[in-house]
Design a protein around this ligand. Structure first.
Ligand code: ZN
Length: 505
């Protein structure tokens, strides 16, 4: 059922891992295990609960691998919206202002909620972990400490009253309620959106670690001043290219969508210039293979750098969603299948990582960070291509947009610059006139101008996207903000929109 591929086979394609430099004064410690954390945001799709649990059992039985997941749940899916118009349980959640309702929908029916309760309990009993993804999936970056307190209070109130609120009679299997209720230690902020007011609230509700931040691939966890562990997503540096990728499926989806549009604008059913962010739900087999290969390559690189390097935990954050015809979902499981049975790898829950780091002194963690231990020798054949130093600087006046390539790799021969506007591509050399952009774009609309730098083989190595408001009108305005920087900045609005036609997660 799960494709087995040889780990060493792909390592042939990777290049030398640069040895992490141990601090000269750091005393050597024992080599730590390689933690790999696989987490899901959401909780809506019961078939994903079932599949992931089955995968874990299959790994145990057939690969002798102990794979445990952490599920960051939204209790709006423990309430339901009744489409027949009958009384439903949505009213039991009140979102903190300025929000109302839920950003990601609700459960479908009493029966649907009941099944989800069983899935969550069974996952917990099988050794997986349940964490919190807040309730209504709102962007908390505007919330005060009081609002965060209200949201967490709602979270537990729904868990504690799930049967009452839904008019459900607990089955014999359910009569002890939600079994994980008092073992929720972890949090990921929806949209990775938080405010200063969030941090003091987390420990008050028993949250001991947070997964809402981003950091370097080789980051070893530390605690903030409230005592909360920081288990961030990684910013993966692509080999043989200059971009970084957040180790979360949705962020891949946003960038991959832009690349696919450029490669095949004529068949872009979403509309090449559609504002906002869209993840393709279905793609061709060829496109699927392309995005899968890219993500697998980046995850493998991330893993290899750490496994043969300083052993910093590897964080993979995905959703209950089948974007790109399921490409990311497949990579999630294929990657787990590849790495979790390797020596010294622990594909455990976030709490297992927390227990590990809490058993170590700050000095030991500092020694890990410095890589002050005998590293696992990388296979001689292993190659990881270098990450490029290449940035795009844009300057605009009322006549043109000028793009300057900066960094050590900017002078490489054979680099091409391709501009994509409104589903049309054109090659440029450093600048494009507004007149030409107007010819490609749609009059009066906000228009995205994307520049891709391609290497001599046509592979994108750096990209940037800028917005021109009111193209061609007297209100025409070029924004200097590269909106792709947001794509490196966590998981974005709309992350749960395409789970199915009506729901988030
Ligand atoms: Zn989310």
């Amino acid at each position: 059922m799960f494709k087995v591929s040889s780990f060493t086979k792909y390592l042939v394609a990777l290049s030398m891992v640069s040895p992490a430099i141990a601090g000269a004064q750091t005393k050597k410690v024992e080599r730590p295990p390689q933690y790999v954390l696989f987490a899901f945001d959401g909780s809506y799709t019961n078939s994903v609960w079932q599949y992931s649990r089955d995968f874990s059992k299959d790994q145990q039985q057939n690969r002798n691998a102990d794979v445990k997941f952490t599920y960051f749940i939204n209790p709006v899916y423990l309430l339901y919206k009744d489409t027949t118009g009958a009384a439903d349980s949505r009213r039991f959640y009140r979102a903190p202002a300025p929000y109302k309702g839920s950003a990601i929908g609700f459960g479908d029916s009493k029966e649907d909620v009941s099944e989800r309760v069983d899935q969550m309990n069974d996952a917990y009993l099988e050794g997986h972990e349940i964490g919190s993804h807040a309730v209504g999936h709102f962007d908390g970056s505007v919330w005060s400490e009081e609002a965060w307190t209200a949201e967490f209070t709602e979270f537990y109130t729904i868990l504690d009253n799930v049967f009452k609120f839904n008019g459900l009679r607990p089955t014999s299997k359910q009569n002890r309620g939600l079994l994980f209720r008092n073992e929720i230690y972890g949090f990921r902020a929806p949209l990775l959106g938080f405010s200063k007011g969030m941090w003091p609230v987390l420990p008050k509700f028993g949250i001991r670690y947070d997964t809402s931040l981003k950091n370097n691939e080789n980051y070893w966890p530390t605690r903030n001043k409230f005592g909360t562990w920081d288990f961030p997503l990684a910013q993966i540096k692509e080999p043989n290219g200059a971009r970084t990728w957040v180790s979360m499926d949705y962020n891949f989806c946003v960038r991959d969508t832009a690349s696919l549009r450029k490669a095949n604008p004529a068949t872009d059913r979403l509309g090449a210039n559609k504002p906002g962010i869209d993840c393709y739900k279905t793609v061709t087999a060829e496109q699927k293979a392309q995005v899968k290969k890219n993500m697998l390559n980046l995850y493998r690189t991330y893993f290899a750098r750490n496994y043969y390097g300083n052993r910093a935990p590897v964080h993979i954050g995905h959703h209950f969603s089948n974007w790109m015809s399921g490409a990311y979902m497949e990579v999630f499981y294929e990657f787990a299948n590849e790495v979790c049975s390797k020596p010294e790898v622990r594909c455990g829950t976030y709490t297992s990582l927390m227990n590990f780091v809490e058993s170590k002194s700050a000095k030991e963690i500092a020694a890990y960070q410095a890589g002050a231990f005998d590293k696992m020798p990388a296979p001689k054949s292993m190659k990881i291509d270098r990450h490029w130093d290449l940035a795009i600087a844009m300057k605009a006046d009322d006549q043109k947009m000028n793009f300057e390539l900066k960094g050590a790799d900017a002078q490489r021969p054979g680099l091409k610059q391709i501009i994509t506007v409104n589903g049309k591509n054109t090659e440029i050399k450093g600048e494009i006139t507004l007149e030409n952009i107007r010819k490609m774009g749609a009059y009066g609309e906000d228009t995205k101008v994307r520049i891709a730098v391609e290497d001599r083989l046509g592979k994108e190595v750096q990209t940037a996207t800028f917005k021109v408001e009111g193209l061609g009108t007297d209100k025409e305005k070029i924004s200097s903000e590269n909106i792709e920087e947001k794509w490196n900045d966590g998981h974005l609005a709309g992350a749960h929109d395409e789970e199915n036609d009506t729901h988030g997660h």
